[in-house]
Design a binder for this molecule. Structure first.
Ligand SMILES: [Cu+2]
Length: 164
């Protein structure tokens, strides 16, 4: 039995969140995939690594897979995931990330993220700037995005914020 009042509450919550998301939303589409609001947290200038986040939505009928990421500002961009090991949250590299049909995969602090290793150009890693990044999918191919660098995490990922 579907709980209608619960569904209603979820819809209201979504409607309340929307204006905040749209305030600085930017999004990319290729085939059945949508990439919403790529962003990165501004870190101290000597931070060894920087993470990038976004939300992938698959509006199609078949799964796709994010297999790699690259950006001209870093030697490497690795796909990482956070996992619980006992009481500790640790991050580890993953080979690829599946995006199921009709599904959404969120890259956010404490979840999946893209880790930029070996930073070559830090000039764009400041609040208000953005840098280019390309996501490579098994079926859809390459999607080029601009990653917004911001001091403040987007409101919807605020509760999950951390640095590493
Ligand atoms: Cu990481």
């Amino acid at each position: 039995m579907l709980n209608l009042s619960l569904v209603k509450n979820v819809l209201i919550a979504a409607a309340v969140l929307l204006p905040a998301c749209f305030a600085n939303a930017h999004q990319y589409q290729s085939g059945a995939l949508q990439i919403a609001h790529p962003w990165s947290q501004q870190l101290p200038p000597n931070a060894p690594t920087v993470a990038a986040y976004f939300v992938i939505q698959n509006t199609g009928n078949s799964a796709d897979r994010l297999v790699s990421v690259d950006t001209p500002i870093a030697d490497k961009a690795e796909l990482h995931q956070h996992v619980m090991q006992g009481d500790l949250m640790k991050m580890q590299p993953v080979a690829s990330v599946e995006v199921p049909p009709g599904g959404t995969v969120t890259f956010a602090p404490m979840e999946y993220h893209v880790m930029l290793v070996g930073l070559k150009d830090r000039s764009l890693l400041q609040d208000g700037k953005h840098f280019p990044m390309t996501l490579h999918f098994e079926k859809t191919g390459a999607i080029a995005v601009d990653v917004n660098v911001q001091k403040q995490a987007p409101p919807d990922s605020m509760e999950a914020m951390h640095t590493h």
